[in-house]
Design a binder for this molecule. Structure first.
Ligand code: AMP
Ligand code: MN
Ligand code: MN
Ligand code: MN
Length: 280
C-alpha cells in the first residue's frame, strides 16, 4: 500500500512563509500531498482561505497552529496544535496575546542589531512582513540578506539571529500549560515541533517531553524539514520509548528558502503510529 503523504507543518504569509495560504495549498497538492496542515506561528488567520483552496482541489486540510512557548530558563520550544477549532475563543485570544509581544520584541531586536552596524532593521524587516502582528526573526533575516551580509536566510541565523547572537533577545512566549490548554480546549492534539532542533541536553529534552506528556501531549515530529537522518533515528527511538505518536512535517516556508519542499520528506518508520490516525 502506498504510504499516505501527510505534511503536517508549514507556513504561509500569515506568519513567516513566502506563499499565500491558497498558493501553499496548491503547491502541496501539486507535490502529491494527501493531507496538509497549515501551522502558522501563533496565528489561525490563514486557515479559512486554505480550507477553501483545499476544498476546490479535494485535498484534506487540517487546522493547525505552531505556538511559541517559553520553557525553563529562556528556552523556546514550538508546540503544534492539530485539528483545532479555529474559532475557539480561548485559543483565538491566547494567540492574540502571544502575538501582542512581537512588535516590542522586534524593536528590541532592531536596537541590538543597530549596535552591530545593521541599521534600520525594524523598518527593513517590516518590508517582508505579510501580517504586521507576526513580525519574526525570519523577516529580519530576509532584510539582512538584502543588505548583503549573508548569502541566504540560513546563514543569517548563524551570525546574527540565533541564541547568543546580537539579534536574539530574551522574550516570554506562552507558557507550556497555557498553550496545551488552548489546543486541547479547541479539540486539538498537541505535537512537539522539530525536537532535534532545540539546543537541549538529553536530560533537558527528557524533562521537557515529560512535562509535555503530563499536560496531555501525544505526539512528536519524527520527520521534519529540520531533521537529518540521525535526528529521525533518535526521535523515532524516543517516540517508541515514551509512547508518542509520530508526526511528519516539512516546516516549509518558501521556495528557495526551505531545506525541503512540501511533502518531499522521507516517510515515517513503519512501526510508528502516525498522529494523523487521531485526526478526523
Ligand atoms: P521567531 O518566532 O521570530 O523567533 O522566528 C523563528 C523562525 O525563524 C522559525 O520559525 C524559522 O522560520 C526561523 N529560523 C529559526 N532558526 C533558523 C535557522 N537556523 N535557519 C533558518 N531559519 C531559522
Ligand atoms: Mn518560521
Ligand atoms: Mn518551529
Ligand atoms: Mn515551523
Amino acid at each position: 500500500m502506498k504510504a499516505l503523504n501527510a505534511d503536517l507543518h508549514c507556513h504561509s504569509t500569515v506568519s513567516d512563509g513566502l506563499l499565500a495560504p491558497a498558493e501553499l495549498v496548491r503547491r502541496a497538492h501539486g507535490n502529491g500531498v494527501d493531507v496538509l496542515a497549515l501551522t502558522d506561528h501563533d496565528e489561525l488567520g490563514g486557515l479559512e482561505t486554505a480550507a477553501a483552496a483545499a476544498g476546490e482541489l479535494g485535498m484534506r486540510l487540517i487546522n493547525g497552529v505552531e505556538i511559541s512557548v517559553s520553557w525553563a530558563e529562556d528556552q523556546t520550544v514550538h508546540i503544534i496544535g492539530l485539528g483545532v477549532d479555529r474559532q475557539f475563543a480561548p485559543l483565538v485570544q491566547g494567540l492574540a496575546s502571544v502575538r501582542g509581544g512581537r512588535d516590542a520584541r522586534a524593536r528590541r531586536i532592531a536596537a541590538e542589531l543597530d549596535k552591530v552596524a545593521i541599521h534600520g532593521a525594524y523598518e527593513g524587516a517590516l518590508k517582508y512582513v505579510g501580517n504586521p502582528a507576526l513580525i519574526s526573526r525570519s523577516h529580519f533575516a530576509r532584510y539582512i540578506v538584502e543588505l548583503g551580509h549573508a548569502k541566504d536566510v540560513k546563514g543569517v541565523f548563524d551570525w546574527w539571529l540565533a541564541k547568543g547572537k546580537p539579534g536574539h533577545v530574551k522574550h516570554a512566549w506562552a507558557t507550556m500549560e497555557d498553550a496545551m490548554g488552548w489546543i486541547h480546549g479547541a479539540g486539538g492534539i498537541a505535537v512537539v515541533a522539530h525536537p532535534g532542533r532545540y539546543r537541549l541536553s538529553r536530560a533537558e529534552l527528557a524533562r521537557m517531553l515529560a512535562m509535555f506528556k503530563d499536560l496531555g501531549g501525544i505526539g512528536i515530529e519524527v520527520v521534519s524539514g529540520s531533521h537529518n537522518e540521525e535526528h529521525i533515528r533518535d526521535h523515532a527511538h524516543l517516540a517508541r520509548r515514551h509512547g508518542f505518536l509520530a508526526s511528519r512535517g516539512s516546516d516549509f516556508h518558501g521556495p528557495g528558502e526551505s531545506w525541503i519542499d512540501l511533502g518531499r520528506m522521507p516517510h515515517l518508520p513503519d512501526d510508528l503510529t502516525p498522529v494523523w490516525t487521531r485526526l478526523h
